[in-house]
Design a protein around this ligand. Structure first.
Ligand code: ZN
Length: 223
């Protein structure tokens, strides 16, 4: 990875050697082609704006390093698969959250995904940060699924009709904080209550009045 001058074998431009006879941009292009390969040596047309945009980034070393992260490679492999729908919901299901949020920003920046509501994005960023602060791994997984399949779906339903707004963003945060407190409370009463499942947590949640309707409030504590 020595930065010695060369005439690049890939683009023919004079520049700095990144690896073998390639400049940084050509090395990044090569890695992007591999990362976004649809399994038949091509890149899906939907992902070409991402490919073209990324390969011309000012700091190709940063792009090459990013592509080397195993979870990034996995996320891109998922998107590259022609059987995968390239949607916000697909990115929602990706982990870890922080990396998925970064990938979403890139996909929106390059026009692969439509821009999302600002408050929805703020909520998702808060969620990624908040989840990392949940020490109990089982609780964190449960809350992550609850947020993905319950809260985010409802928020997207709203965004399809109107801007989310700060209040609903804050309401969603409050619901999650309460859900975390509920799980902790269940833990403390575990001997008496027995296990609580994802279905219990979904059922426990009642959407705020400003959200689309959901199931009536109940909890496994009261069942
Ligand atoms: Zn080159």
């Amino acid at each position: 990875m020595t930065a010695t001058p060369l005439t690049c074998d890939g683009c023919g431009q004079d520049g700095r050697r990144y690896r073998r006879g390639l400049c940084g941009t050509c090395a990044l292009t090569e890695d992007l082609q591999a990362a976004l390969d649809d399994g038949h040596g091509s890149i899906r047309p939907e992902l070409l704006p991402l490919f073209e945009g990324m390969r011309q980034m000012d700091n190709p070393r940063a792009g090459v390093s990013w592509l080397r992260r195993p979870h990034v490679a996995e996320m891109l492999r998922t998107l590259a698969n022609p059987d995968t729908a390239i949607t916000h919901e697909t990115v929602d299901a990706m982990t870890p959250w922080r990396s998925a949020a970064y990938l979403r920003d890139l996909l929106m920046h390059h026009g692969v995904l439509p821009a999302v509501d600002r408050h929805l994005l703020l909520f998702q960023r808060w969620l990624a940060e908040w989840l990392t602060g949940i020490d109990d791994v089982a609780h964190r997984r449960l809350l992550e699924r609850f947020a993905t399949w319950h809260l985010l779906r409802k928020l997207r339903t709203i965004v399809n009709r109107q801007p989310l707004g700060m209040k609903r963003n804050q309401d969603a945060r409050r619901v999650l904080v309460q859900a975390a407190a509920f799980l902790t409370w269940l833990n403390d009463h575990h001997a008496r209550l027995g296990g609580c499942t994802q279905a219990d947590l979904d059922a426990w949640h009642t959407p705020p009045p400003s959200w689309p309707g959901g199931p009536p409030r109940r909890s496994c504590a009261g069942a």
